[in-house]
Design a binder for this molecule. Structure first.
Ligand SMILES: Nc1nc2c(ncn2[C@@H]2O[C@H](COP(=O)(O)OP(=O)(O)OP(=O)(O)O)[C@@H](O)[C@H]2O)c(=O)[nH]1
Length: 363
C-alpha cells in the first residue's frame, strides 16, 4: 500500500489530473469547433428556409439535442404571409406580440439555462406542455437592443444545461443567429419590394412580364385554357381632377385590394400602368373568366371608396377579356386581344365586361 507521501503515487495522481485537464481541453476544443462551424454556416446562409432548417434541424443533430424551437416576433403578419410558400422541414413559431418572450426572459438579455425544479414551468412554455425536455438553453435573439425572437435548445438529460454552466458560447451564437435572421428578413423584404407595386400592393409590371411568360408556356405545353383580363378605371382623370391626386391614389389602392381578394391562389394580378390592372387566370375557361371580371366590376361599382379626408367617392371600371388563342405564337397575342376587348368596353360606354371574339383555346 502506498503512503500519501509516496512519490510514485503522487506522480500517478498528477498524471491523472493532467489527463482529465487534457480531456476537458479537448472536449472544449471540439465544442468550439462545432460552434465555429455553425457560425460560419449561419453567416453564409442564402435563404430563409435554409436558415430555419439550420437552426432547427442541423443544430439539433450537430449538438445532439432532443429538441430545438425558434420563435420569431411577427406583429404585422409579414412572416405569416411569406413562410407557407417556403419548403421548410420545420417552421418557426410566429408571435404577434412580445408577451410570450417576456414570460421567458423578463428583463434578462442573455442566454438562460433552465433545468429541473422551479424552472419547469419555463421549460413547458418553451417546448410545449408534456415535453420530455428536462433542461434547456433559452437564447434571446436581439437586434439593436430589441428582442426579435428566441431560440430554444432542449435536452432530456436534466444535467445537460445547468444554471452554473457558462453561457459565453451560447450568447455569441444567439447574437450571430439574430444578425442572420435580420439580414434574411431584410433580403426577403427587398425581394418582395422588387416584385410589388408600392401603391397598390399587387405585383408590378416587371414581375408580371416575367410570370406571364411562364404561365403562357405552361398553358401551351399542358393545353389548358388561360384567360387574361385588362381592368381599367373609368374616367380616372376626372377623379383626380375633381377630388385630388391623393384621393385618386386611394381609389387605386382600394381597387388593387378588391381585385386581389377576388382571385384564387395561382391567379396573377398586377398593376400594368397608371390606372390599369391586368389579371391572368390559368385553367379558367371563358365563362369562368367572365364571372371573375363581372364580380370585380360589380364590387368596384358598389364600393364606397374612402378618401384620405374620410369622405367617399365612387368609381367604375371596364374589363376586356380574352382567352389564349388556339394558334397563339406568343403571349403578346393574348395581351393584344384583351387590350382590344378593353377598348371595345370603353367604346361601348364603360362599366362593362367585353370578351374578345377570337376563337379561344379550350372553349
Ligand atoms: N392618382 C393617380 N393618378 C394616376 C396614377 N397613374 C396615372 N394616373 C392618372 O390616371 C389618368 C388616366 O387618364 P386617362 O388615360 O385619360 O383615362 P381615364 O380618365 O381613366 O379615361 P378612360 O380610361 O377613357 O375611362 C391620368 O390623369 C393619370 O395622370 C397614379 O398612380 N395615381
Amino acid at each position: 500500500m502506498s503512503s500519501p507521501t509516496d512519490p510514485h503515487a503522487q506522480v500517478q495522481e498528477l498524471r491523472r489530473q493532467l489527463q482529465s485537464l487534457l480531456d476537458a481541453a479537448k472536449a472544449n476544443e471540439r465544442k468550439l469547433d462545432r460552434f465555429d462551424a455553425l457560425e460560419r454556416r449561419l453567416i453564409a446562409v442564402g435563404s430563409m428556409e435554409e436558415l430555419v432548417n439550420l437552426l432547427l434541424v442541423d443544430c439539433r443533430a450537430d449538438f445532439g439535442l432532443d429538441a430545438a424551437e425558434l420563435w420569431l416576433l411577427d406583429p404585422d403578419g409579414e412572416l405569416q404571409r411569406a413562410l407557407p410558400a417556403l419548403p421548410m422541414v420545420r417552421a418557426p413559431r410566429l408571435l404577434d406580440s412580445h408577451a410570450a418572450l417576456k414570460e421567458l426572459f423578463g428583463g434578462v438579455r442573455t442566454a438562460r439555462l433552465v433545468g429541473p425544479g422551479h424552472d419547469e414551468a419555463l421549460v413547458a412554455k418553451a417546448f410545449g406542455a408534456g415535453t420530455l425536455v428536462r433542461s434547456a438553453a433559452l437564447l434571446p435573439l436581439i437586434r439593436q437592443g430589441v428582442l426579435i425572437g428566441s431560440l430554444h435548445f432542449g435536452a432530456c438529460d436534466p444535467e445537460r444545461y445547468d444554471a452554473y454552466s457558462g453561457t459565453k458560447f451560447l450568447d455569441r451564437l444567439s447574437a450571430i443567429a439574430a444578425i442572420a435572421i435580420e439580414s434574411m428578413l431584410n433580403r426577403e423584404r427587398l425581394r418582395r419590394a422588387g416584385m410589388t407595386d408600392g401603391l397598390t400592393g399587387v405585383h408590378n409590371r416587371r414581375y408580371f412580364d416575367h410570370r406571364s411568360l411562364i404561365e403562357f408556356s405552361q398553358a401551351v405545353r399542358h393545353r389548358y385554357p388561360l384567360a387574361c383580363l385588362f381592368l381599367d378605371i373609368d374616367h380616372f382623370k376626372a377623379i383626380n381632377d375633381s377630388h385630388g391626386h391623393p384621393t385618386g391614389d386611394e381609389v387605386l389602392r382600394q381597387v388593387g385590394g378588391l381585385i386581389q381578394r377576388s382571385l384564387r391562389t395561382g391567379d396573377l394580378a398586377a398593376r400594368y400602368g397608371g390606372e390599369e390592372f391586368v389579371v391572368l387566370l390559368p385553367r379558367t375557361d371563358l365563362a369562368g373568366a367572365r364571372e371573375v371580371a363581372e364580380r370585380i366590376r360589380q364590387m368596384v361599382e358598389e364600393a364606397p371608396f374612402v378618401t384620405p379626408e374620410g369622405g367617399t367617392v365612387s368609381a367604375t371600371l371596364s374589363a376586356g377579356l380574352a382567352m389564349l388563342p388556339a394558334d397563339a405564337t406568343s403571349f403578346a397575342d393574348l395581351l393584344n386581344a384583351a387590350d382590344r376587348a378593353l377598348y371595345e368596353a370603353k367604346r361601348a360606354g364603360r362599366n362593362r365586361t367585353v370578351a374578345d371574339d377570337l376563337v379561344p383555346a379550350g372553349s
